[in-house]
Each structure stands twice: as C-alpha cells, then as structure tokens.
Design a binder for this molecule. Structure first.
Ligand code: ZN
Length: 325
C-alpha cells in the first residue's frame, strides 16, 4: 500500500510554514510562503491550496498521496467548526477557515491554536519523546502554552485551556497584559517581561552593567539580561531569580493538576538554557507534590520552528484515524 502523507500548516503573521509528513512522522518536504494579509487575509486559503498543488507536482506526486491537513492559526478559534473569530495579525474576523480550506483543497482539514499544535508536535517527534502527559511552555515575546493529557490536547469548554500565559502571578498591582488583565505570568516570564523587570530595577542597582544597555537605541533586550547574568551582574541575577520563582511556582501548581511526564520549554527565552531553567526547576521542586516532581522531566523544545507543522500533521493523522474507524 502506498504510504500516505499529511500536510502540516503553521500560519504566522509574515510566513506560512508548510510540510508533508508521513504516517510515521518523517518529514518528506518542508517549505514556506509569505502570508498575504492584504484584503483581510482573503487570499490565504487559496495561496495554501495552490502551494500544496505546486509542491506535489514538483515531487511528481498526486493529491491522493495526502490524507488531510492540520493547520495552526493564531487568535481565537471555534475548534469544532474550525472558525476563526479574530486573528489580529492576519486580519481575519469571523473567518470560516476549515470550510474554505476544505473547499479549496478537497482535503479534510482540522484547525487548532498554534501553541497547541507546537505541544503535540513536540510530543510526537520532539523533546516530549512520546510522553502522553505533557506541558509545553513557549517563552517568547509572550508566553504561550499547550497541555497534552493522555495523548490529547486539552481544549476546555470553549477552547481556552492551555492559555497559561495569562495565569495570574501578581494578584494586585501587576503590570498590564495584552489580554486586558494585569499581573499575568506573561508580564514577567516573556522576553518583554524580562526587559521590563530589568528596566524597573535600574534605579535600585546603579552599578549594573545593564545601565549602559539601557542607553542603546533598542534599550535592554532579554539577551542583554542573560549575558549580564553570565557576568554575575546583580540586577540580571535578581531578574532571573524573580522569573524563576514565578514561573516555577505556576508550573508546580499546574503540575499538581495535570501530573505531566514532560515539561517542555520553547521560544526565544528558553535558548538561555540552564540560566532560566535552573531557578524554575528549583521553585518547581519546592512547590510541586513530591510524586509530581518525581514524574516530571524538564526539557528544551527540540523542533524549533518546525513544531507547528509536525503538530498539524499529527492532528490531521488523528482526524483521519477517527474518520476511518
Ligand atoms: Zn494576560
């Protein structure tokens, strides 16, 4: 029997990443196209469909090779209908993504939130290493998350499960967050949060080497903070300790609820490695139940920007398996 492939699609504000991935999770072909956000993103599904056809042709393959498409999109999604309520960076408002893409490609489509797809991608082929209970935390410009429980993405009653970036860390007087609340963990543990904490600490640490970084055109970056921590700068160390405390505390509480086998960290901030993970782990160990602590292994995401397309293919595979049963 001919081996079937799945299409993983990861939609971002500037590029659409796509891949053909086999039943076994082998990457057959990976490519990307620019995201056309003109006319409220109305050309995006056609662009994807055309691009799939042209890559199939390039590979000398027919569409019958493909069993379906799994697509990750940013924004608020009605998962059962694959309907996007609002995707700010793309321009979609009340956009029937699943319906349009199925019509344009003739293939079954499953749509999910991009952070959730990254989590299952890591579970399937990345640092999750097959762990069926997994917590994935993306520390980037914001803080994203995905929770996989017993091999399934946790969606919740209206798709909001896994929005761990907006768990409250500072109940009173916290910094404002993009979601409209204040004091979310995103305001502390994201790259933006780290820079803010460093800036706010400048007054208390007049000797910090970050003083002169502040004078640069782009101000203090999270990389500056990590570099300064390497040089044992007191302000930088204080910031990382604070981030580690809040993140470790939050993950321990989540851990007590979901008892994960793996806790996977992705995103730009996670590239700082042990500098950030060490204080997180210390606080996790302090606040998690002993058996929760024993069961949980910390890991750095290994698929990088490919996690979304792997996750998309995995979702398409699951959809196909459910349909043929
Ligand atoms: Zn928030």
């Amino acid at each position: 029997m001919i081996e079937k492939w799945y299409v993983g699609v990861d939609l971002g504000g500037t590029t659409i990443k796509m891949a053909f991935i086999s039943d076994y999770g082998d990457l057959i072909k990976k490519w990307e196209i620019p995201t056309d956000i003109s006319e409220k993103g109305k050309n995006i599904t056609t662009d994807i469909a055309k691009s799939i056809d042209s890559v199939l042709e390039e590979l000398g393959e027919k569409k019958s090779r493909l069993n379906g498409i799994g697509m990750g999109a940013p924004g608020f999604i009605d998962l059962s209908r694959g309907f996007i309520y609002h995707a700010v960076n793309i321009g979609w408002v009340n956009f029937p993504l699943k319906e349009r893409l199925e019509m344009e490609t003739g293939l079954p489509v499953v749509v999910d939130n991009d952070a959730n797809l990254a989590a299952v991608g890591e579970m399937w082929r990345g640092a999750g290493d097959g762990a069926k209970d997994l917590l994935c935390i993306t520390l980037g410009t914001g803080v994203g998350g995905g929770i996989v429980s017993n091999g399934k993405i946790l969606h919740g009653t209206n798709g909001m499960a896994g929005e761990i970036g907006h768990i409250t860390a500072i109940p009173e007087g916290g910094a404002p967050c993009n979601c409209g609340k204040t004091g979310c963990i995103e305001t502390i543990a994201s790259a933006t949060g780290i820079c803010r904490l460093a800036r706010e600490g400048l007054e208390k640490y007049p000797d910090s080497i970050l003083q002169k970084e502040q004078e640069k055109e782009d101000g203090i970056t999270s990389k500056d903070v990590f570099d300064a921590a390497d040089k044992k700068d007191e302000l930088a160390l204080y910031v990382l300790e604070l981030v580690g405390y809040h993140l470790g505390f939050m993950i321990a509480n989540l851990g007590n609820a979901i008892n994960p086998g793996k806790i996977v960290f992705g995103g730009g901030v996670s590239k700082a490695g042990d500098k950030i993970l060490q204080p997180v782990k210390q606080n996790f160990d302090k606040f998690a139940l002993p058996r929760v602590k024993e069961g949980a292994e910390f890991a750095i995401a290994s698929l990088g920007n490919d996690a979304g397309v792997y996750g998309g293919a995995w979702m398409a595979k699951k959809l196909h398996e459910e349909t043929i049963l």
